[in-house]
Design a protein around this ligand. Structure first.
Ligand SMILES: [Zn+2]
Length: 509
């Protein structure tokens, strides 16, 4: 390659150097591509005291030391961007450049933790992702401390520490690799960045595509990353398998038969709202309905469903507006976050569409006050709200180490007004549940569906506290009751529901 200095728009830092295939014998190709590093000078020339090397991060001393040892000469690091390094490598090793030729992640359920210090960053990332999938983690947290890094997986809603020998400089290289895979600006280390990528996961010989979303933020000791795992296999797509108690399931199935109106799922983040919405859509698919969804993002692709992910150009309300011109039967809106979305959702349900969505509220009846706060008039809520599901996810006791336990009076008093005789269980911890006593998650539900009397009361502006009393009289069962049923059936423990649903709830009985 000729060094055309400063000529035209093609000029880059790289054009200052003469890289050629003659450099290929000094560093292995594999090492260079996985560490994003390119040799820029010929180390065999006698007159050179030091050798310039193109790197993403000139402060990555660990990597520089390694290269120095391989070459046997002093290293002078030159900062290049990922594209420049790739271009240099393509000259040196004659790699064909094309847009598809990017780092491909190959994940496998047979991967084991091999976090040896000298392992290449793309392979470390591959290991971390593989093991997260194998352990059914929903997200991966990489944090930096002074001399230490922290790698944790969220499994069944709880964070678990992963023991590694990774160093802070190791992990910075892994994060640099992550940013390149997400096509983010790797030189930007002062602002937070979000990205996404996909990988093929080989699960015991069967391959499936898994999507990931990455969020990278600057920390006190270097960048930190959270990677969300969007594994399609984690979704329950059969409405009968969600864990709804039979009476709630039957009523809910009746509600979703309505041709128009609004059905909401409520609960905090990670309470299984997306699973409920997807399972609901699945049960509607076979009825020859046109279903359109706006999601943040599409987490699972469903056949015969027209799905869109929101982005910086199209938000929820933009999509619903355009959906209304396409005359669908059912619309799924990931979440009602603002007044604009609330208004267009109500408009869609008024004009003959069944609209499914979610709201961040603590209870199903809380949807009424949330919609009121978003500026929806009482009579519109009364006319359109078919029902609201309130839900949480709790961990299931591991079947292999489950034992009957007596509970402390203090714990019992959180949930019961008077002594009761039902049985309680706990997991003792075994190999199968990694010593936690829990394995898998189950949904806890309540369903609020206003009858005529309650609907009229909503229209008249009746307070939520009053509506709750009315609903209870009509047979509404708060979700804490469903949780306690699942405790007595030995599905979950009292400790788990006090942690997830919280002792703030009033006594159930
Ligand atoms: Zn166990």
């Amino acid at each position: 390659m000729t060094a055309d200095k400063n000529t035209g728009p093609e000029f880059s830092e790289l054009s200052l150097f003469e890289v050629s295939p003659a450099l290929s014998s000094f560093l292995p190709e594999d090492f260079c591509t996985s560490n994003h590093i390119a040799l820029l000078d010929d180390p065999s020339e006698d007159n050179t005291q030091s050798v310039r090397v193109g790197v993403l991060d000139t402060k990555d001393q660990g990597l520089l030391d390694e290269v120095q040892e391989m070459i046997g000469k002093t290293i002078e690091p030159v900062q290049l961007n990922a594209y420049e390094i790739y271009k240099a490598l393509s000259h040196i090793y004659k790699i064909k450049i094309d847009s598809e030729n990017r780092t491909v992640l190959l994940l496998s359920s047979s991967s084991d933790i091999d976090f040896a210090k000298d392992r290449k960053p793309n392979l470390i990332l591959q290991d971390i992702l593989s093991i997260a999938l194998k352990r059914r983690a929903s997200d991966i947290h990489i944090e930096n401390y002074d001399e230490d890094v922290d790698l944790r997986f969220r499994i069944d809603g709880t964070l678990h520490q992963v023991t590694t020998s990774l160093s802070p400089s190791n992990i910075q290289r892994v994060i640099a690799c992550l940013k390149i895979i997400c096509e983010l600006d790797h030189l930007e280390r002062k602002k937070s960045q979000d990205g996404r990528f996909s990988a093929a996961y080989d699960d015991q010989g069967v391959s499936r595509k898994v999507d990931f979303r990455a969020s990278i933020i600057p920390g006190n000791h270097g960048q930190e990353a959270v990677i969300r795992v969007l594994d399609p296999q984690r979704f329950i797509l059969d409405i009968n398998e969600l864990g709804m108690p039979p009476n709630i399931l039957n009523s809910y199935k009746r509600l979703i038969n309505y041709p128009n109106g609004l059905i909401l799922t409520t609960g905090p983040t990670s309470s299984g709202k997306t699973s409920t919405l997807y399972a609901t859509v699945q049960s509607l698919v076979d009825r020859d309905l046109k279903i359109m969804t706006a999601e943040d993002p599409v987490e699972y692709e469903m056949e015969k469903v027209n799905q869109k992910s929101i982005d910086e150009f199209m938000n929820f309300s933009d999509y619903i507006r355009s959906f209304l011109r396409q005359n669908p039967d059912t619309i799924l809106v990931g979440e009602i976050r603002d007044a604009e979305t609330a208004e267009i959702v109500i408009k869609a349900s008024t004009t003959g569409h069944l609209v499914l969505s979610s709201l961040h509220t603590r209870s199903a009846i809380g949807t009424v006050s949330r919609l009121r706060n978003l500026g929806i008039p009482d009579d519109y809520i009364s006319d359109n709200l078919l029902g609201a599901i309130g839900q949480r996810l709790v961990r299931k006791i591991c079947d292999e180490c489950k034992e009957e336990q007596t509970q402390t009076d203090e714990m019992l008093s959180l949930f019961y007004a008077k002594k009761q005789s039902e049985k309680h269980y706990d997991g003792m911890g075994c190999e199968s549940c990694s010593g936690t006593g829990y394995k898998g998650l189950v949904g806890i539900y309540e369903l609020f569906f206003p009858n005529e009397e309650i609907s009229t009361a909503i229209g008249n502006g009746t307070s939520v506290a009053e509506l709750k009393n009315m609903a209870k009289e009509q047979g509404f069962v708060p979700l804490v009751e469903n949780a306690l049923d699942k405790v007595h059936e030995g599905i979950t423990s009292l400790e788990e529901i006090s942690r997830r649903i919280g002792p703030k709830f009033p006594h159930a009985k």
